[in-house]
Design a protein around this ligand. Structure first.
Ligand SMILES: [Zn+2]
Length: 393
């Protein structure tokens, strides 16, 4: 108890020191500009940090990407990446990216975001209230980058190691003020499904409280339905809804195997036949679960598994010039820090400060066509804008 109090007062002192440091630095983040008007060196206006002017000029005379793959490690901060790299003895696909940046993750309602608001920021470019998917704070729906891609004739896909109706995938197709209302979000899914979905959450479609079987709606719309790994592997339809799990898949440390990288391989094979290109969102969802559980083995094995999926995307994009691959996170989970490790043995030790999300910035990596747009420090809403400008959507 005493230790805890001392820890808290140490945090308060550190916070105070940081505040002084920020006030004295000219290039303070835009978020602080309003509060530091009495400081010695006012920060530049926040407009200077928005993405559009820079991205517009840097892509004006080059053809943008045909294909875009956006990969989101839910809860994957720098310490989680470090822990994943440690158990892989430093061999991470993520480290082979051409450009990197840092992303501020706060939502419109909270300094510490949830996955719904962060997913919505990346999917629609709108900063919103925690808990909302695809809506702004006034509950007005906004089109996602996936729906813009679809409208432009691109093929679209979602691959997740969680349920289809979880907050992160939901932000790309749903418009709902309650991220936990899985059955309502499933209705939004069948209204505007991606061409290819691979993940879990079947029960929100075929074991609903209203008695409806939404898998029939998908079949009527021309979708092949897969319910097992074998069915998925034998499927060649370019309209596919593969619900391999009733709800959330198990952790990779408890029998999920190579589901996620294999699903990304399959999705790319099905989507890449479209001449107008494709947009694919991939979520490594359970890095977050490991952080909530304060379980470093859970979290680092999920990060390493997500990196295997990243390797699949890189193997596809590195052979061509028309594909942009982006890897980032919606927020950090667990307040993880690394306390020890042994690179030869592939082991790592860490300590969790939280069993929830933290407010720290998350890394972003980009590779391939227009990847340079993703260098820098910016808000999560700019990810939408940068993809939109690069792909000319
Ligand atoms: Zn979480």
């Amino acid at each position: 108890m005493k230790e805890n109090t001392m820890f808290k007062s140490a945090i308060r002192r550190t916070a105070l020191l940081l505040l002084f440091a920020v006030a004295g630095i000219g290039a303070a983040p835009a978020s602080c500009a309003g509060q530091s008007s009495a400081g010695p060196a006012p920060a530049p206006p926040s407009k200077a940090r928005t993405a559009t002017p820079q991205t517009a000029t840097s892509t004006a005379d080059e053809p943008g990407p045909t294909n875009v793959i956006l990969m989101i490690g839910d809860g994957m901060g720098l310490a989680q990446i470090h822990a994943g790299a440690a158990i892989r003895r430093g061999q991470m696909a993520m480290f082979h990216y051409d450009h990197m940046g840092l992303v501020e993750t706060r939502s419109a309602s909270h300094y510490v975001t949830d996955s719904a608001a962060a997913g919505t920021a990346m999917a629609t470019g709108v900063s919103t209230t925690n808990g909302f998917v695809g809506l702004d704070p006034e509950q007005k729906p906004h089109p996602s980058i996936l729906s813009l891609a679809k409208a432009a004739g691109m093929a679209t896909g979602i691959v997740v190691s969680t349920s289809a109706v979880d907050a992160t995938p939901a932000a790309f197709f749903a418009h709902h003020p309650d991220r936990w209302d899985g059955e309502a979000i499933a209705l939004d899914f069948v209204d505007a499904p991606p061409d290819v979905f691979i993940g879990g959450g079947r029960r929100y479609f075929n074991a609903r409280s209203d008695g409806r079987n939404l898998l029939d709606n998908l079949k009527r719309a021309g979708y092949a339905i897969a319910a097992s790994r074998e069915e998925l592997e034998n499927e060649s339809s370019d309209r596919l809804a593969a619900f391999l799990f009733d709800d959330k898949p198990p952790p990779v440390s408890n029998g999920r195997g190579d589901f996620l990288p294999a699903a990304v391989t399959k999705a790319i094979a099905l989507l890449s036949g479209e001449p107008d290109g494709f947009f694919l969102m991939v979520e490594g969802a359970q890095i977050d679960s490991g952080g909530h559980a304060r379980d470093l083995t859970y979290q680092s094995t999920e990060t390493a598994d997500f990196d295997d999926a990243v390797a699949v995307a890189l193997a596809f994009s590195s052979k061509r010039t028309d594909t942009l691959v982006i890897v980032t996170a919606d927020h950090e989970t667990g307040g993880l820090t690394i306390t020890n490790g042994n690179p030869q043995a592939g082991t790592v030790e860490g300590a969790y400060g939280l069993d929830n999300h933290s407010g720290i910035m998350v890394p972003i990596f980009a590779s391939g066509n227009s990847a340079g747009l993703f260098s820098g420090v910016y808000r999560n809403t700019d990810i939408f804008e940068k993809i939109r400008v690069a792909r000319k959507l």
